[in-house]
Write a protein of this length. Sequence first.
Length: 131
Amino acid sequence: SLHDALPIFVCILMLLFVVGNLVMSSIAAKALADSGNGAVGAGLMLGMTIGYGISAMLIIYPTLKLSKYASNIGRLAETQSFADLISALREQRRFWKFYGILMLIYISLILLFVLLMVTGVGIGSMAAQRP
């Protein structure tokens, strides 16, 4: 039942919060470690901060959706209301829709990188055959 799934989603929620905190801690640690390396360190620090910031945002949104889902499941267990069920399923649908979109983006990027690698190897082998 949905009420039995509540502890699982609470555990996932706590795990996502821990991962988010680790990401933010690694940003701070990397920034402190590279702060004395001049322009290269500053550029690396900026790039890492932006990259990890995007990663943190990608973790926060599904965490919030799972939190709302868990709250709605808890409320559903108490009230047995159809409206609470619809609300819980809506949050779960948003969670999986977000990860579906993310998966399509990742697959597209992987295909793009594979295409770029094949093109690069082809151009490299053609250049190596020239006398």
